[in-house]
Write a protein that binds this ligand. Structure first.
Ligand SMILES: C[S@@+](CC[C@H](N)C(=O)[O-])C[C@H]1O[C@@H](n2cnc3c(N)ncnc32)[C@H](O)[C@@H]1O
Length: 280
């Protein structure tokens, strides 16, 4: 075995650690993935090898554990991903919520972007709201909470600065003009009008979310795919408890929750599919 190979036992223990810490299930033969993701961390410590790094994670060292979780998460995201959830928000869901909240104007519409990565989903929800507000002069406000397990991603969300590659992935020119300003390094920064709609917090989907309060809409997209069926069930139960009655859940385009929960009805809208919390 060379210094860059992971022993069979060590790989099994690392898989267990990752699943317990953040739910991510690694297949039997994903040693190459662990190797490629951990290698930059190993190289940053003089004299370390892949095996000594994994030993440190397994022995409970907090900083190596945190760093390993950071690199093992996949943070792929883009603006207005899949398009239809944002169209549905604009055309059907937000207008209905505005109507529903008319009698209690103080309460904002609350939307949660669970596993928000670098913030594109949360800010896309915000842009959808601001576009709608141009036509519908409602006094009601929206509050968007973005959460993720990755501190690095949350710092990115908070900084709200995006390079040209990130911008080129789905941000319409009109939104770019309206809600972003140019800054140094050929980057764009989210304008205050949009930024102030969103707050970002660290939340592990395996832990409790009760501190976040109740939401009208939850986006939990492209993250459940990494988890076991049992963990998905537990998360869906907690999301249901975080939703107002009749609240809406969006999943990723390739994700399904049939067989996992009976707390939601599947709604086939004219623009696409979403889930609605059933009455208790
Ligand atoms: C592929 S991105 C999805 C981003 C966005 N929701 C989208 O659909 O474009 C998955 C995100 O889930 C986060 N994640 C993974 N495990 C998590 C956990 N246990 N709790 C919270 N976030 C987690 C990762 O850090 C990553 O940012």
């Amino acid at each position: 075995m060379t210094v860059d190979e992971i022993g069979v036992k060590q790989y099994q223990l690392f898989r267990q650690f990752l699943e317990q810490a953040c739910g991510i299930v690694l297949g039997e033969n994903k040693q190459y993935l662990v190797r490629s993701r951990l290698s930059p961390l190993v190289k940053s410590i003089e004299g370390a090898t892949l095996n000594s790094y994994i030993d440190s994670v397994l022995s409970g060292n907090q900083s190596t554990r945190r760093a390993a979780i950071e690199v093992m998460t996949t943070n792929e995201t883009l603006w207005f991903r899949d398009n239809y959830p944002f169209k549905l928000l604009e055309k059907e869901i937000l207008p209905k919520l505005i109507e529903k909240k008319r009698s209690n104007r103080i309460a904002p519409i609350r939307v949660w972007s669970a596993a928000c990565s670098s913030g594109q989903e949360a800010y896309s929800i915000g842009m959808t709201w601001l576009n709608l507000k141009k036509l519908n002069k409602t006094p009601i406000n929206v509050e968007i909470i973005g959460t993720d397990i990755s501190n690095e991603m949350l710092q990115h969300c908070q900084a709200a600065e995006y390079d040209q590659l990130a911008i080129s992935r789905g941000l319409p020119a009109q939104c770019q003009n309206d809600y972003f300003e140019s800054i140094e390094g050929n980057k764009l920064r989210v304008k205050p009008e949009l930024k102030r709609l969103a707050q970002f917090r660290p939340i592990n989907l395996l832990a409790s979310y009760s501190s976040l309060g109740l939401f009208d809409v939850v986006f939990c997209r492209n993250v459940l795919i990494y988890f076991s069926a049992e963990v998905k069930k537990q998360i869906l139960q907690k999301i249901a408890a975080s939703l107002q009655e009749g609240g809406i859940l969006f999943l990723g385009a390739s994700e399904s929750i049939s067989d996992l929960t009976d707390e939601f009805s599947m709604v086939r809208g004219s623009l696409g599919l979403y889930y609605q919390k059933k009455p208790q």
